[in-house]
Design a protein around this ligand. Structure first.
Ligand SMILES: Nc1nc2c(c(=O)[nH]1)N[C@H]1C(S)=C(S)[C@@H](COP(=O)(O)OP(=O)(O)OC[C@H]3O[C@@H](n4cnc5c(N)ncnc54)[C@H](O)[C@@H]3O)O[C@H]1N2
Ligand code: MOO
Length: 395
């Protein structure tokens, strides 16, 4: 049997980072920056008020209460500004550019709010409530480095320095294709021998959680020709394909039967529990990576976590490797088959312990849904007593 590490190494040796594209900001969430972002101007570009109030000279309000004439009204976006001379005040709004001559803003709460003249009840220190030009970013400064994943705040600064597009590796497009003659769409009534398709929803969501665009293709039955036809139709929009089911030893294994003869997809038994039968390779003229995951719901999810997620990291241009683990104490004893690495479903507690959940079968979806961690038991360990330290992968 092939080791988990060797299988992941083969996958990571095959997949390539996606080429960077010029992305519109609306498309850039979750993409990985492939250029340095600098600011062409200082930010803020000009000194402006941090509060709604009055721009004054600090020396004029030292003996507050004082009453000053209001000579101008400055909203955010105002262009033409009158200078503030000695003894003058200008009403100003948050974000409004500071008029020359003024060195201080008095918040409206400390005044009578007048528009012709204003009574200032309290003095404030010189420079109060002014946001200086360049206080956030100096002109020419780097605000984001290549390799940064663009989240909401990163999008904000890219737009904030005036950019409409960025050079970035896009989110990988992952097509999820579930196979099985027994599968029926959730929402429709079950017939004899049928089950509702859950894997395609889990895997599509897992792809999205991993920073990809997940697309759920319509499921296919057990006919290899129909599978190949569906796959072919989906390849145009796929940077990677994930299938579920049809890879073990049965009489009807459409994925294995369809992909095996291509010679570009290998089917292996990987020394793990769950998730032993695994297919991986490339398909189509563009050599699109394909992950043929086992059909058992827990097996396909665990396989995604161990193999597909790191591959997506690599496609996104991020550091890629096995999932991170933390060491905690198990509250109960654990069992694992000899020669296989087990990934038991567990619940991490706030006290630094993990409890295996009830129901460790690879078909037990509800138990998986109640877990927040995978407890890793190495290949050479068959029993772990309660209270021992174990490695866990957080889900
Ligand atoms: N004789 C052997 N039988 C099996 C072996 C083996 O080595 N020798 N391996 C077992 C292991 S381990 C696994 S894992 C499964 C993998 O089977 P397949 O990948 O071929 O998957 P299927 O047979 O299509 O389905 C397995 C199981 O999962 C259910 N399933 C499938 N797709 C979905 C879906 N989209 N949503 C929900 N549930 C799904 C399906 O109904 C089956 O119950 O093979 C073992 N057998
Ligand atoms: O490898 Mo299978 O996933 O145990 O059920």
């Amino acid at each position: 049997m092939k080791s988990v590490d060797a299988h992941l190494a083969d996958i990571l040796a095959t997949v390539r980072p996606l080429a960077p594209l010029e992305l519109e900001l609306e498309q850039a969430l979750g993409a990985t920056l492939a250029e340095e972002i600098t600011s062409p101007v200082p930010l803020p570009p000009f000194a402006n008020s941090a509060m709604d109030g009055y721009a004054v000279r600090a020396s004029d309000i030292a003996d507050a209460p004082v009453t000053l004439p209001v000579i101008d009204d400055v909203a955010a976006g105002a262009g033409e500004l009158l200078a503030v001379g000695p003894g003058h005040a200008v009403r100003i709004m948050t974000g409004g550019p500071m008029p020359s001559g003024a060195d201080t803003v008095v918040p409206v709460e400390l005044t009578d709010g007048g528009t012709v003249q204003v009574r200032i009840d309290e003095t404030v220190r010189e420079g109060n409530a002014i946001r200086l030009a360049g206080e956030d970013v100096q002109a020419g400064a780097v605000v984001l480095k290549p390799g940064t994943v663009i989240g909401p705040a990163q999008l904000g600064i890219i737009a904030g320095v005036g950019r409409r597009r960025v050079l970035a590796r896009p989110r990988p497009r992952v097509v999820v294709l579930a196979t099985g003659a027994e599968l029926i769409e959730p929402g429709l009534p079950l017939g004899p021998g049928q089950i509702w398709d859950s894997n395609s929803f889990t895997l599509t969501a897992a792809a999205r959680s991993a920073g990809a665009d997940g697309f759920r293709a319509p499921t296919v039955g057990d006919d290899p020709a129909a599978f190949l036809e569906r796959l072919d139709a989906q390849l145009v929009r796929a940077d990677a394909v994930v299938t579920s089911g049809g890879v073990s030893m049965g009489a009807y294994e459409p994925v294995k039967e369809a992909l095996g003869p291509l010679g570009t997809v290998r089917f292996d038994k990987v020394a793990m529990q769950p998730g032993m039968p695994q297919g991986f390779g490339t398909v189509g003229d563009d050599q699109v990576p394909i992950f043929a995951l086992p059909g058992n719901p827990v097996s396909s999810f665990v396989s995604f976590t161990l193999f597909v997620r790191p591959a997506l990291d690599k496609m996104r241009g991020l550091p890629a490797g096995p999932p991170a683990t933390v060491t905690v104490r198990t509250t109960a004893s654990l069992r694992s088959p000899a020669g296989k690495r087990s990934f038991l479903r567990g619940m991490l507690g706030s006290d630094g312990s993990v409890a295996p959940v009830h129901g460790q079968g690879s078909h037990q979806l509800a138990a998986l849904a109640s877990a927040n961690a995978l407890i890793v038991v190495p290949e050479d360990v068959t029993e772990v007593p309660a209270g021992e330290q174990v490695e866990v992968i957080r889900l």
